[in-house]
Design a protein around this ligand. Structure first.
Ligand code: CP
Length: 311
């Protein structure tokens, strides 16, 4: 794997290998010294042009667990605020020799541009409304953990599909692993070509009971010129996942951040059938696996196998 720009680049076998690698890394978190020397001397640059809590912290921690040096860059407080362009920012930071750049930006295609401009390997940590491939891997990992399988699962993705990179990557990933996807939301928030991603479409929650997994999506208001809905109150009345709509055996997922009281009733987020924090926990092991798969050569693999970090 040279870069990870979109989940479609990965074959099913590669996805399964990454999930197995992530599982082998979980044990490191249980040790007193939560570190393996796999990537000593390597540098990971977290280049974040957009806000993030989960993705950024888990990439930072993942790289540190693997003993890489980590450089964290945020647009806020940098020379971007003095007018420096994205390209010049990438060229400047690349001149400091990172081995891997983890990039989040508000523009679709930004990660691909970074891969063109820099000699470093690149992971897309979310580019506009386009893709968030490591979130899809995290979701598959958490789903497999909680449901015991991926093949044949029925996953309803409910909410703002149109502006969601999480949904796009997830739908591609679900199709690859043999799960069934249904997208549900108001017509203004369902993109016209969504069936091409292998999803059925529903404009109401009437059939929700057939789902094994209910995946709620936030309204991505940062990508909307105006709210394509009559009101938030009406949206919540029709699509909010609450205790009356979520059946006892169904798993609730959400990539976060959650807007409690809008796409989900806050009380269901805290139920045992919610996987929201499992998804966060999975983020560390999965991102360790992605960084390791991109950066570890034979020497590093042997070193980490020697300390039992990889099966
Ligand atoms: N799920 C996700 O990408 O969350 P953050 O924006 O907090 O990284």
């Amino acid at each position: 794997m040279n870069n990870l720009l979109g989940i479609g680049e990965l074959e099913r076998r590669e996805i399964e290998e990454l999930l197995a690698l992530a599982e082998s890394f979980e044990g490191i978190d249980l040790r007193e010294v939560k570190k393996v020397p796999a990537l000593r001397g390597r540098t990971v640059l977290n280049l974040f042009m957009e806000p993030s809590t989960r993705t950024r912290s888990s990439f930072e921690l993942a790289a540190k667990r693997l003993s890489a040096d980590v450089l964290n860059f945020s647009a806020a407080g940098s020379s971007v605020e003095k007018g420096e362009s994205f390209k010049d920012t990438v060229l400047t930071l690349s001149a400091q020799g990172p081995d891997l750049i983890v990039v989040r930006a508000p523009w679709a295609g930004a990660a691909e541009l970074v891969a063109r401009w820099s000699g470093a390997k690149v992971v897309n940590a979310g580019d506009g409304g386009h893709e968030h491939p490591t979130q899809a891997l995290v979701d598959l990992y958490a789903l497999k953990r909680r449901m015991g399988r991926l093949e044949g699962l029925s996953v309803w993705v409910v909410g703002d599909i149109a502006h969601s990179r999480v949904a796009r990557s997830l739908l591609i990933a679900l199709q690859k692993v043999g799960a069934r996807a249904t997208v549900c939301g108001p017509p203004t928030l369902i993109p016209p070509a969504v069936e091409a991603l292998g999803a059925d479409v529903s404009y109401t929650l009437a059939g929700l009971q057939e789902a094994d997994v209910v995946y709620a999506l936030r309204l991505q208001r940062e990508r909307m010129a105006e709210l394509p809905l009559p009101s938030l109150r009406e949206y919540a009345a029709c699509y909010q996942i609450d205790g009356g709509r979520l059946a006892p055996g169904q798993l609730l997922c959400h990539a976060g951040p959650v807007n409690r009281g809008v796409e989900v009733d806050g009380r269901v987020v805290d139920l045992p059938q919610s996987a929201v924090l499992d998804q966060v926990r999975a983020g560390l092991a999965v991102r360790m696996a992605v960084i390791y798969a991109l950066l570890a050569g034979g020497r590093e693999r042997a070193a980490v196998q020697a300390v039992g970090g990889v099966a």
